[in-house]
Design a protein. Structure first.
Length: 290
């Protein structure tokens, strides 16, 4: 498939839902919380923090990117590829934003809505099912478009970025936190975002920056956070190895990644160590319509 044509076909959407969409995810997460002694009828963001943000460095990365992008109180944010809604809830509760989350994975949208209701943020955050390549919003609707570990599953990145530019206000901001291809060769699979290369579309940092600029953006900031990412994931793997074999299931990203979590995490560490992947943050201003 040509990278300049949107991949909106049913097979692609089905594959992403199969990869990410744990059946009855919200109920499964509630059951795990209850088993861990949490009051599921009175949850807080702290109660769900260990699995709430499905990306490298979790909450810290979201807070860091929001600061880098100078996200302001009362900004209207579109979180594209919102997952179960952790970043959207962070932006609403800590930065005063109104947030719309959109994701192609229906189970994520349902779980995101469930947990947003449980922590009392439905007045600031909402979610809907949709495709980043065909955003169901009017032109010039949002102050910020937010990507965290979203473009790695998209071949037609130019289309996604043109859509982001379209729905941004003329003075809007694109904030992204993405995994890119490194110089060390193809990634070792499986990883959290793909079982194999069929759903993994990583561009080099240089190529990604070129695509963004070509889509009508002006670069404000670009930071390589690969070393911080490697340190964080090494700690994740070390924590897994140190758990007794008979210990209860942890309240962590394993609830989203499944039984293969240790393998996926170890492969991410290997990919970072061998420079097969890099991790970057970027902030861009919308300067014109592509």
């Amino acid at each position: 498939m040509s990278p300049d044509k949107p991949n909106t076909d049913a097979d692609y959407e089905s594959a992403l839902n199969e990869h990410y969409g744990v059946p009855n995810l919200g109920d499964e997460l509630l059951a795990a919380l209850e088993a861990a002694g949490k009051d599921v009828d009175s949850l807080t963001r702290d109660d769900i923090a260990s699995f709430d943000e499905f990306h490298i460095r979790g909450l810290e990365a979201t807070q860091e990117l929001a600061a880098l992008a100078a996200v302001e109180d009362l900004s209207r944010v579109l979180d594209v590829g919102c997952g179960i809604g952790g970043p959207a809830r962070t932006l609403a509760s800590e930065f005063g934003c109104d947030v719309v989350g959109i994701d192609i994975v229906e189970e994520y949208c349902r779980a995101a809505t469930l947990f947003t209701d449980r922590v009392g943020l439905t007045d600031k955050v909402c979610f809907q099912h949709g495709n980043a390549l065909n955003l169901p919003f009017e032109d010039e609707t949002f102050d910020v478009v937010w990507f965290e570990h979203m473009l790695l599953n998209i071949e037609a990145k130019g289309v996604a970025l043109e859509e982001a530019a379209r729905v941004l206000k003329p003075t809007g901001t694109l904030a992204l936190y993405e995994i890119c291809a490194g110089p060390g060769g193809d990634p070792v699979f499986p990883v959290p975002w793909a079982w194999d290369g069929s759903l993994s579309y990583l561009d080099s940092p240089r190529r990604l920056r070129e695509i963004i600029l070509d889509c009508g953006f002006d670069e404000v900031a670009w930071t390589d956070v690969t070393d911080l990412s490697l340190e964080w994931f090494r700690n994740v793997v070390e924590s897994m190895h140190s758990r007794p074999a008979d210990a209860p299931q942890p309240l962590g990203l394993n609830l989203l990644m499944g039984a293969e979590t240790p393998i996926k995490a170890a492969n991410v560490v290997q990919n970072l160590e061998e420079e097969r992947i890099t991790v970057v943050q970027g902030v861009y201003d919308r300067v014109n319509q592509p």
